[in-house]
Design a protein around this ligand. Structure first.
Ligand SMILES: *Cc1c(COP(=O)(O)O)cnc(C)c1O
Length: 438
């Protein structure tokens, strides 16, 4: 079965393999990854050309230390020698307990209970379920969630229902998706003063909307400060203050979805640290295993955990087959130890400087509307939708792997990317935009 040469592999892939958000009738050409090491991928392009490229995506924001990381390889190998997996019902193991201890040590004070989930979307499912069960147990069922437009919380149905109605394709699934309450997208820009007129107007609209639905709202769910897959949109911490105040006033919980922003991606350990607000529930994922294996977690306060557990069901009604997978937990532990051993905050600050200076020239391109950076996130927003296949190919020719979407050509590189590779990456990104869009 494994005797296909690269061309045959790519041909078979085109015929039979689903890729994310892809059409079986008109599949886009995939690049074949032959190996990955450090911050580099070795690719074979659809035209057969071999390329070594700097990874500007961290494999969808996960591989913060790059690839073939000795410490993570060793952790996986060591755990393989003990056990890859055992069920989590009625059993426990050191990798899971160790991970929960590490997560609680890193989490905002007040979070005390952890549910291990097998993907980010599942952790959001569990967070939403916990919020619903919490209110049910009080004998005051609440069935709606409050969020802002432009968010992204995952692709399974409950996360999709609180993802931006347009980006989340709510029209496509009308009648199936529950209808939740969407405030306007917060105005762009992290540095807005509290009395900024646009922010004040946003607050007024949001307060009115919340008040109209208050008795039904189980929880607010939000990506703190940076909305990721919903458009790489950065907003002021004041927005979090307002959402927390509203939730407290009206007896709703607050869920922070830090699946994209957690573990220093935007600078501080949690993007929510900028507002110094502890959520009732926190979701983490993506970088949790350094990009090695799928794993996520839902963390909550004792109050939420006890509320959920007091209810008629007697517990949190979720239990995935691969819950607490020991292999994933062992790698996550090594990843968190590595992040702690390095001065990750300083590393991210260095990456931010490299991205800001390297992407600045894009601002003078005719096709570019805005350039922005936040931590290890660099965004070039065009005035038109990106011609994705062409920009990707142009970037590969320039030695960089990108995956643009909508009008955004962006990078979330591994934190370990050297200054020289950041220069190569940003020059390749700006060059690819210039090549294709001018
Ligand atoms: C990626 C992401 C998710 C979904 O995680 P999956 O592991 O893809 O299910 C949820 N929320 C945010 C903010 C994300 O960036």
């Amino acid at each position: 079965m494994d005797d296909l040469d690269p061309d045959a592999l790519l041909a078979y892939d085109r015929e039979h393999v689903w890729h994310p958000y892809s059409s079986a009738l008109a599949p886009t050409d995939a690049y074949l990854v032959e190996s990955a090491e450090g911050v580099r991928l070795r690719l074979r392009a659809p035209d057969g050309g071999a390329h070594e490229v700097v990874d500007a995506m961290s494999s969808w924001w996960c591989a913060v230390h790059g690839y073939r990381v000795p410490e993570l390889d060793a952790a996986a190998r060591d755990q393989l020698g003990r056990m890859s997996h055992v069920m989590f019902g009625g059993l426990t193991h050191e990798p899971a307990v160790g991970l929960v201890r590490r997560l609680l040590a890193l989490a905002p004070a007040g979070l005390e209970h952890v549910f291990l989930a097998d993907s980010g979307s599942v952790s959001v499912e569990v967070a939403m379920k916990a919020a619903l069960q919490f209110h049910l147990a009080d004998g005051r069922p609440r069935t709606r969630f409050f969020t802002v437009r432009g968010g992204y919380h995952g692709d399974t149905f409950s996360p999709m229902s609180v993802t931006d109605p347009v980006g989340g394709m709510h029209a496509l699934f009308r009648g199936v998706l529950p209808e939740h309450v969407f405030a306007p997208r917060p105005p762009a820009g992290i540095d807005r003063a509290d009395d900024d007129p646009e922010l004040v107007a946003w607050e007024r609209t949001t307060r009115d909307l919340f008040a109209q639905n208050a008795s039904e709202v189980a929880a607010v769910i939000v990506e703190p400060v940076l909305q990721g897959a919903g458009g790489m949109h950065v907003y002021a911490p004041r927005v979090l203050d307002v959402l927390h105040e509203l939730a407290r006033e009206h007896g709703a919980l607050v869920i922070h979805d830090e699946i994209a922003t957690g573990f220093h991606r935007t600078g501080p350990r949690w993007a929510g640290d900028r507002a110094a607000r502890t959520p009732d529930i926190l979701c983490v994922g993506k970088a949790l295993t350094g990009g090695y294996l799928t794993l996520a977690a839902m963390l909550c306060t004792r109050e939420v955990a006890e509320g959920v557990s007091r209810g008629e069901a007697g517990g949190l009604m979720h239990g995935p087959t691969f819950m607490g997978n020991p292999l994933a937990c062992a790698v996550a532990n090594a990843n968190l130890d590595l992040l702690a051993a390095r001065d990750t905050e300083a590393e991210v600050a260095r990456v931010e400087r490299g991205l800001a200076s390297g992407l600045a020239p894009a601002a003078s391109l005719a096709s570019v509307a805005e350039v922005r950076t936040l931590g290890a996130v660099g965004v070039v927003q065009l005035r038109e939708p990106v011609r994705v296949a062409e920009v990707t190919a142009a970037a590969v020719r320039r030695g960089v792997w990108l995956r643009p979407f909508r009008d955004l050509v962006y990078t979330m590189p591994p934190f370990v990317t050297s200054d020289a590779d950041l220069a190569l990456l940003t020059a390749g990104l700006v060059g690819a935009v210039a090549d294709v869009h001018g």
